[in-house]
Ligand binder design. Structure first.
Ligand code: AMP
Length: 389
């Protein structure tokens, strides 16, 4: 258990330098910390705001050790950071939050669901698949529709196929079982949810927890499109979501912030879909809308500082800005001046060098005391933004 406070100007080492690392670094720098990131891409988003970047592959233990030796505390910003790298650093005596045992569970969809079941948290029905004959067996036994996913490495809908009809079976087999590098698969029954929601929660080394307001998440093509906070759900569903998220983070004994993604059924039952052992896209609204942002809270947790209040100052809607088919590699975002004329709009761009379809390039957050107005304004602002050559 870590009791020691790590105070500014100590050095925080972040494995991964994407937008989540960038927003963590923003908060850490504001608080007076020094930040070093390790990422294979030179001048990655986090490198643009932190003190130093170690350009290296995530598998490079030698470079990971260099990061650890230069830092007082370590964290990571994406769930697919190699378990081997994090556990190696722990074996060498360095503190990494959340601990590698959290990664071990969350990096494997089967282990994750087994863990959730073992602590009494509901999930969708699932079955580990070894190969396509397994799939045929279960499809006839367990029925359709279903989601077939790789157990490891998937994110934003990558590595998964929606299987609706038995006729699509051979197509699915071809797509899933011919994938290079994928070794195992999971069959999940399709949840006809009425909403997707998430809870961002935080835990310190003493076991105290805090939760951010439940958010409502709308996905397009399995990628988060919009987050609305607070979620438009019943008091009963909200209570279940908080209870489940707290149970999950306590059982994981994670130190830091994690995101718990959930499905809400027509009957108001809450099932956990996935655990993200890191700050989460659906918590970006907290930068403007809460007294303490999820990034601030994560820095507080890993440095042994007190929980900040997660109280909301205003309702919020967040929309992701993705690369799309209209964009070229070197496109720039246009329409900003019009979008920013709308009341309550804040723009975040992540400084990624090339625009690609589906790539998360930035987001906008809109605050309003009227939640529906925040949603409408966010939609209008998004419509005004486009990629230009
Ligand atoms: P995931 O990578 O598991 O977070 O899945 C990405 C998105 O796909 C989710 O946010 C849902 O919109 C959808 N999805 C994934 N699994 C299921 C499921 N078992 N039932 C219904 N929708 C799902």
């Amino acid at each position: 258990m870590q009791n020691k406070m790590i105070l500014p100007p100590s050095v925080i080492g972040i494995i991964g330098g994407g937008q989540l690392g960038m927003m963590l670094a923003h908060e850490a720098k504001r608080m007076g910390y020094k930040v070093i990131t390790l990422d294979p891409v030179p001048d990655c988003p986090c490198a643009q705001v932190c003190d130093h970047q170690i350009v290296a592959d995530f598998e490079d233990k030698h470079k990971a050790l260099e990061l650890a030796e230069k830092s007082q505390i370590l964290t990571y910003e994406f769930e697919n950071v190699p378990f081997r790298t994090v556990s190696f650093l722990e074996e060498k005596g360095f503190a990494v939050h959340p601990f590698s045992r959290v990664l071990k569970i969350t990096q494997d969809r089967v282990k994750e669901k087994e863990f959730l079941r073992s602590i009494g948290v509901p999930t969708t029905e699932f079955k580990a698949l070894q190969d396509c004959s397994d799939l045929k067996k279960h499809v006839s036994k367990l029925g359709l529709p279903a989601m077939i996913k790789t157990t490891r490495g998937g994110y934003d809908g990558k590595g998964q196929v929606f299987l609706k009809n038995p006729e699509d079976l051979s197509d699915t087999e071809e797509k899933m079982f011919s994938q290079k590098g994928a070794h195992k698969w999971i069959w999940e029954s399709f949840v006809p949810f009425k909403k997707e929601i998430s809870v961002i929660c935080a835990r310190d080394a003493q076991g105290n927890t805090s939760v951010f307001p439940v958010s409502e998440n709308i996905h397009i093509n399995s990628i988060l499109h919009m987050t609305i906070a607070p979620a438009r759900i019943s008091a009963k569903a909200e209570k279940s979501a908080y209870r489940i998220a707290s149970k999950v983070i306590n059982a994981l004994k994670a130190v830091g912030v994690i995101g718990v993604e959930m499905f809400l059924t027509e009957e108001d039952d809450v099932l956990v879909n996935e655990i993200a052992p890191r700050v989460h896209n659906s918590g970006h609204y907290s930068i403007q809308a809460c007294l303490t942002s999820q990034f601030d809270q994560h820095i507080r947790m890993i440095c042994g500082l007190p929980h900040g209040s997660t109280r909301m100052l205003s309702a919020a809607a967040m929309i992701n800005i993705l690369g799309d088919d209209t964009a070229k590699e070197d496109s720039v975002l246009a329409g900003i001046e019009k979008a920013l004329k709308l009341e309550g709009v804040t723009l975040h761009l992540y400084g990624k060098k090339s625009v690609r379809p589906g790539r998360k390039m930035g987001h906008i957050t809109v605050l309003s005391n009227n939640r529906e107005k925040a949603i409408e304004t966010a939609k209008r602002a998004k419509e005004l933004l486009y990629w230009s050559q």
